[in-house]
Design a protein around this ligand. Structure first.
Ligand SMILES: *[C@@H]1O[C@H](CO)[C@@H](O)[C@H](O)[C@H]1NC(C)=O
Ligand SMILES: *[C@@H]1O[C@H](CO)[C@@H](O)[C@H](O)[C@H]1NC(C)=O
Ligand SMILES: *[C@@H]1O[C@H](CO)[C@@H](O)[C@H](O)[C@H]1NC(C)=O
Ligand SMILES: *[C@@H]1O[C@H](CO)[C@@H](O)[C@H](O)[C@H]1NC(C)=O
Ligand SMILES: *[C@@H]1O[C@H](CO)[C@@H](O)[C@H](O)[C@H]1NC(C)=O
Length: 408
């Protein structure tokens, strides 16, 4: 969301001398990330060479797949970029490096299998060099060799790279599973792609996607003069989503090991859908301290997802002071809450991240892992305790919210 920060230049001028002496090994990380990138220069068409070939339920928690969502980092120049909306007694010691430190902190505690960055990754107006800011912003995932995926917000293109340029840079970074767009498809935006998460290693679903992740570019601003405000998910993107969802469902339900029901899906993008306005505190978990800043028209993506039937939850950012999840006709609409310290926020209201975990069912007869049984979410706060709040179930198998066909 575009809350202005006229104050940032002043903060910067006042803090430069202090911040300059706050040495950071984080800057070293960003340099390492850049040099890896340079080595890989020229290999930007396909998947990142360092990224895993595929996502799968495996490792230390074979029955669980955990996704960390980082929304609205608003990264700029690193240690010389001050923080917004912290207490006066915190400004001197606060910079973009606090955003970096928070990512490290939450990853160290949660050990996610995938990190998803949902846009406004950089705050373009204050970023001197977009490529450097992107390298610094995603640096922790690269340093920790964690698979990661990103989509664009409405601020990512405001520096030295266009939206296409930003997405191309992201796709070329180490350990990312991000893609520019589907091959051979005319589609609006940059960064529309899907990721499949395969069943447990060694199980009969090891070669089937048991959890489907959809990433979309929700645009920046309307280009239609008569329609003011933010961008929206276009018909071309919805067509791609429908085709992809239907192909994945067909694959999951066909032989070998054909399943009875579609695998659950999760969708990630930046700008909330108009349907995020359907709730009040009586029927959401979390808080709403910002207006819902969706596009001023409804392009129908919610309905498209209802029709497709596999998506169980949607995760956006954009409105930093909203962090709620509400259930609308069996699709949960969730915010992550603002993560970055150079993003607007509220002093005394901790920056935060959303975690989502999917759990597999286990066949009681043979002990083998099956498809996804349930999906849960919670948030982690960047406070003294890295507090966990607002745990809730988003979906469990057998509760698809399907309505009976009307007989009239
Ligand atoms: C900083 O300021 C806030 C708000 O005035 C206050 O609650 C907090 O105790 C202060 N922290 C320190 C370390 O002085
Ligand atoms: C930012 O990081 C510095 C250095 O670790 C720390 O002293 C400071 O408390 C952090 N500020 C906030 C607002 O978390
Ligand atoms: C999955 O594919 C691999 C490689 O093609 C094969 O070795 C394995 O048997 C397959 N597993 C199942 C359960 O289909
Ligand atoms: C939430 O509750 C309000 C009334 O308190 C109601 O108007 C609204 O339709 C409810 N939303 C959902 C999605 O149930
Ligand atoms: C979400 O709402 C649908 C009905 O609209 C209901 O069937 C489903 O159980 C709800 N899901 C959760 C997790 O509460």
């Amino acid at each position: 969301m575009a809350r202005s920060c006229f104050c940032s230049a002043f903060i910067l001028a006042a803090l430069l001398p202090i911040l300059a002496i706050v040495a950071g090994n984080l800057a070293v990380e960003a340099r390492e990330a850049r040099s890896t990138l340079q080595r890989r220069n020229g290999d930007r068409s396909g998947a990142s060479a360092d990224a895993p070939a595929r996502l799968q339920f495996k490792g230390r928690r074979p029955g669980e797949f955990k996704i960390l969502q980082v929304a609205d980092m608003h990264y700029a120049d690193g240690r010389s970029t001050g923080c917004l909306d912290v207490f006066p007694n915190q400004t001197a010691s606060c910079s973009d490096l606090n955003t970096t430190a928070f990512i490290h902190r939450v990853i160290r505690d949660e050990h996610p299998d995938l990190v998803v960055f949902t846009g406004d990754n950089i705050y373009g107006f204050d970023a001197t060099d977009a490529a450097k800011s992107l390298d610094m912003a995603f640096g922790p995932a690269v340093t920790l060799k964690l698979p990661w995926a990103a989509v664009l917000g409405n601020h990512d293109q405001e520096s030295t790279l266009s939206r296409e340029g930003v997405m191309r840079h992201i796709v070329g970074m180490p350990y990312t599973l991000s893609r520019l767009n589907p091959d051979n498809t005319d589609i609006d935006g940059f960064g529309n792609y899907n990721l499949e998460v395969f069943g447990a290693e060694g199980s009969s679903l090891a070669n089937k996607s048991v959890l489907n992740l959809y990433f979309l570019d929700s645009g920046d601003y309307s280009t239609v003069p008569s329609i003011p405000g933010y961008g929206w998910i276009k018909a071309s993107q919805q067509l791609w989503f429908k085709q992809t969802s239907s192909r994945l469902q067909k694959e999951y339900m066909s032989k070998p090991n054909g399943q009875k029901e579609a695998a659950p899906g999760l969708a990630y993008f930046h700008i909330p859908l108009p349907e995020y306005s359907s709730f009040d505190p009586s029927n959401f978990t979390g808080v709403k301290r910002d207006p819902i800043s969706s596009a001023s028209i409804n392009s129908g993506f919610f309905t498209t997802m209802v029709d497709a039937r596999d998506v169980k939850a949607v995760f956006t950012g954009h409105d930093h002071l909203n962090d709620f999840c509400g259930n609308l006709t069996a699709i949960h609409l969730c915010y992550a809450g603002g993560f970055g310290y150079h993003a607007y926020g509220l002093a005394g209201w901790s920056r935060r991240a959303r975690v989502v975990s999917a759990y597999l069912e286990k066949n009681t007869a043979n002990g083998e892992w099956g498809g996804v049984r349930s999906i849960k979410t919670w948030k982690r706060l960047d406070d003294q305790y890295l507090s966990t709040i607002d745990s809730q179930v988003l979906w469990s198998k057998g509760t698809n919210g399907r309505r009976r066909r009307s007989r009239h």
